[in-house]
Ligand binder design. Sequence first.
Ligand code: SF4
Length: 107
Amino acid sequence: MTRSSIGHPAASDWRDQASCAGEDPDIFFPLSDLAAPGTEAALARAICRRCPVLIACRTWALDHGEDDGIWGATTAAQRRAIRRATTETIPAVRRRGDGAGEESLPG
Ligand code: SF4
């Protein structure tokens, strides 16, 4: 997502339904990642929670390593935590080699 074209231009299959289209892009790129009530991040996340493509947006941001802005109701710090948790969990299950827990792995 660029500041000049909020709505995720690289993911044209779902961006047309983005609830953030027409919103002030600065809301989605707040100076602070803190999402306390009344902050731009909190406002952006509230818009995201009503968005019909929230999951597609969040997945795209995670898959592409987006490390700036609010995507799919997540801050950059939250996405980093999700990526860390994912990369730490999947190898541990695969190392175990007993298949336990693999039914819950994506893909
Ligand atoms: S989830 Fe949020 S950032 Fe993503 S398209 Fe919807 S409103 Fe925009």
